[in-house]
Ligand binder design. Sequence first.
Ligand SMILES: *[C@@H]1O[C@H](CO)[C@@H](O)[C@H](O)[C@H]1NC(C)=O
Ligand SMILES: *[C@@H]1O[C@H](CO)[C@@H](O)[C@H](O)[C@H]1NC(C)=O
Ligand SMILES: *[C@@H]1O[C@H](CO)[C@@H](O)[C@H](O)[C@H]1NC(C)=O
Ligand SMILES: *[C@@H]1O[C@H](CO)[C@@H](O)[C@H](O)[C@H]1NC(C)=O
Ligand SMILES: *[C@@H]1O[C@H](CO)[C@@H](O)[C@H](O)[C@H]1NC(C)=O
Ligand SMILES: *[C@@H]1O[C@H](CO)[C@@H](O)[C@H](O)[C@H]1NC(C)=O
Ligand SMILES: *[C@@H]1O[C@H](CO)[C@@H](O)[C@H](O)[C@H]1NC(C)=O
Ligand SMILES: *[C@@H]1O[C@H](CO)[C@@H](O)[C@H](O)[C@H]1NC(C)=O
Ligand SMILES: *[C@@H]1O[C@H](CO)[C@@H](O)[C@H](O)[C@H]1NC(C)=O
Ligand SMILES: *[C@@H]1O[C@H](CO)[C@@H](O)[C@H](O)[C@H]1NC(C)=O
Ligand SMILES: *[C@@H]1O[C@H](CO)[C@@H](O)[C@H](O)[C@H]1NC(C)=O
Ligand SMILES: *[C@@H]1O[C@H](CO)[C@@H](O)[C@H](O)[C@H]1NC(C)=O
Length: 694
Amino acid sequence: MGRLLASALLFCSLLLLFDASFSHPLCIDSTAPLSLNTTLKFCSYNASSCCNSTEDLELQKQFVAMNISDSRCASVMKSILCARCDPFSAELFTIGSTPRPVPILCNSTISANSSQSSQAANNFCSNVWDTCQNVSFMKSPFAPSLKGQAGLPVNSNFSKLTDLWQSKTDFCNAFGGASSTASVCFDGQPVMLNNTEIPSPPLGLCLEKIGNGSYLSMAAHPDGSNRAFFGSQQGKIWLATIPDQESGGALRLDESNPFVDLTDEVYFDTQFGMMGIAFHPNFAQNGRFFASFNCDKAKWSGCTGRCSCNSDVNCDPSKLGTDNGAQPCQYQNVVAEYTANGTASQPSLATSAKPTEVSRIFTMGLPFTSHHGGQILFGPADGYLYFMMGDGGGTGDPYNFSQNKKSLLGKILRLDVDNVPSAAEIAKLNLWGNYSIPKDNPYEEDTGLQPEIWAYGLRNPWRCSFDSERPSYFMCADVGQDRYEEVDIITKDGNYGWRVYEGPLLYTPPDSPGGNTTPSSISPIFPVMGYTHSDVNQKEGSASITGGYFYRSMTDPCMYGRYLYADLYATALWAGIENPVDSGNFSSSKIPFSCAADSPLQCSSLPGSSLPALGYIYSFGEDNRKDIYLLASSGVYRVVRPSRCNYTCSKENVTSLASPSPSSPKSHASQLIDPCNNVVLLFSSLLLLLLGFV
Ligand SMILES: *[C@@H]1O[C@H](CO)[C@@H](O)[C@H](O)[C@H]1NC(C)=O
Ligand SMILES: *[C@@H]1O[C@H](CO)[C@@H](O)[C@H](O)[C@H]1NC(C)=O
Ligand SMILES: *[C@@H]1O[C@H](CO)[C@@H](O)[C@H](O)[C@H]1NC(C)=O
Ligand SMILES: *[C@@H]1O[C@H](CO)[C@@H](O)[C@H](O)[C@H]1NC(C)=O
Ligand SMILES: *[C@@H]1O[C@H](CO)[C@@H](O)[C@H](O)[C@H]1NC(C)=O
Ligand SMILES: *[C@@H]1O[C@H](CO)[C@@H](O)[C@H](O)[C@H]1NC(C)=O
Ligand SMILES: *[C@@H]1O[C@H](CO)[C@@H](O)[C@H](O)[C@H]1NC(C)=O
Ligand SMILES: *[C@@H]1O[C@H](CO)[C@@H](O)[C@H](O)[C@H]1NC(C)=O
Ligand SMILES: *[C@@H]1O[C@H](CO)[C@@H](O)[C@H](O)[C@H]1NC(C)=O
Ligand SMILES: *[C@@H]1O[C@H](CO)[C@@H](O)[C@H](O)[C@H]1NC(C)=O
Ligand SMILES: *[C@@H]1O[C@H](CO)[C@@H](O)[C@H](O)[C@H]1NC(C)=O
Ligand SMILES: *[C@@H]1O[C@H](CO)[C@@H](O)[C@H](O)[C@H]1NC(C)=O
């Protein structure tokens, strides 16, 4: 019994670690739930489920093998087994990243303001104990099994809960728990989310200008300090010190002394350049960092690599013709590794690095001159490098690369850069550089997929981010063709539909030498947010989305928890609201924005207006304090407290971090100007990223 107690205690300490890692509909293996067209025979889930009919049958077998004679207990156990099929099973069955044998059983009265609705089954854990304590059954999922520990009751024998646990208290200490704002317990019913608060959009986003430079990329320093790296499209990276909020300071950065200068390797043109930078999570110790850029074979001998248009994907490079005078695959997407070693006593003190490439992580020739994504990001939960790859260009993805599982175009790739195989192994596996394939990439189950692929069916993922509070919210904006700009939640093996769909709309390509994919042959995951081109005052005849971040700073408490995104050309901003919280259901609205009167660097205004002239919104950034930045052609802007722009937010002075939900502040609406209407935006003639153009 001593060991039982010990295991119970261990389970309890595990429960303390339970936090807000999962929330939107997601299955245990990180895939999105399936859309069912029939009800599962055994588990009765319909419409959306993490089980297909085969898995449903498996659960039925498992249930029969438990041989539960008591019908009430049988029904309770069935509901617990079937919770695996719940569209929220990742959340029900996972603590941190550790899967559980059974979900957390709701054991306490759920407060009226929590997110779960069922009041009747509010002490489900107690109910399980009362119903099943004296019932013997086989393969009990409640055995206190601990890895590597022998001698404990093994679940292949008949057992009663009372054989395994001393009391209801012990049992519910191990398996019970409550729903919190960011987690869900199991109450015997499919997860139902309910919100009692109707979030109202914030009155506006207040910005200050803290830098004059034009950057495409920003990465917080991995040492957690108030520093960040900024990367330009031309190929330089600067290390900047970020001023405190309210300090009146600007970014401290020496323009003439970049951290590293890669302009000799980077091919820079309107649509080309250095598209991404990433610092290894252990950069402060190992000095490893990565740049993602385009190169030109005609200009740099290091620009080598296979062409993405090849016979494996039914593409003949000689038939592609020349694109704007360039030969097919003259331009490449490259991810290269560099080191900050050797310039300081330790990498976190480094203020410069040598431009010498340490390792070529990835290199691939491009069929056309546009839509080559290029962002790189380390996954906060898994430490793998995610690489966002566009469809390679051409109107309507003529070769249908995005839906072709053999092509890496139009995909999100997931690479392990910490375990690099030998050169012989790389050649054998026909890899595109020096990386290995994470074991749980989806190609194991979806056998047609190239092993690098994490998700597919994207056109040009332009700026993705992981929610810093919930790493399973992997958000990507995907630039549309003619009609729809979308935001997706990226899940393992997810198909985001392009070019069968443009956002939620069916798309017909004008030209398709690469063949077609029929709508009935795919199960696309539709966007959670977005806008149509007619929603924006299209400048220069186009619209192009720039994805942002979940706002997780308390600087603007009314913005907390909202996903921010923008249009590159129209300089319009949106805040997405998830309602109910943690449901994966979003609605979004355009939000006004302005520049604080006391901005450290003066914002220029649009003629005849007090609206800031941002230029093009290329990207967003997030620092180590979770403050959010807009990287625009006219400079770097930081989100500041709303009262600095006279936007009222009743929570602004409330310092409590415990109540992150939105408020309905009293309006000062007469002072607000809607920047989304009736405004002629004047753009500087800076570089033009034709992200959405063909
Ligand atoms: C719907 O179910 C039928 C039979 O159960 C199956 O043949 C069909 O492929 C299913 N359709 C989809 C889209 O899953
Ligand atoms: C699906 O399940 C829900 C909840 O059990 C039920 O209300 C609904 O009628 C079901 N739909 C179908 C098509 O069976
Ligand atoms: C059900 O899912 C399993 C595991 O993902 C897969 O191996 C199997 O082929 C699927 N079965 C059907 C009928 O789709
Ligand atoms: C199931 O349990 C009953 C007693 O409750 C027993 O007679 C029967 O043999 C068991 N079946 C199996 C397959 O263990
Ligand atoms: C929410 O629940 C907590 C804890 O039960 C309670 O203290 C608080 O008053 C509730 N708030 C509202 C608005 O009901
Ligand atoms: C949501 O919760 C409130 C209060 O707990 C309740 O009155 C309402 O009926 C619930 N709505 C749904 C759809 O469950
Ligand atoms: C289970 O057994 C205990 C002790 O023998 C008894 O007090 C309790 O009433 C029984 N519960 C049920 C549901 O039969
Ligand atoms: C099942 O129970 C029997 C007798 O209680 C025991 O000898 C045997 O080791 C148990 N089986 C397992 C796999 O623990
Ligand atoms: C519910 O579970 C938690 C976590 O194990 C525990 O601390 C608490 O005492 C339990 N509450 C009840 C009413 O059993
Ligand atoms: C950089 O320094 C770290 C720590 O000393 C070391 O582990 C790493 O291998 C070095 N990297 C290179 C490329 O020299
Ligand atoms: C906010 O209001 C004050 C006082 O009316 C005014 O001086 C200031 O310029 C306003 N700030 C902005 C950004 O409109
Ligand atoms: C509350 O906010 C106002 C406006 O931003 C500010 O002037 C004031 O100092 C704040 N009060 C406290 C207690 O933080």
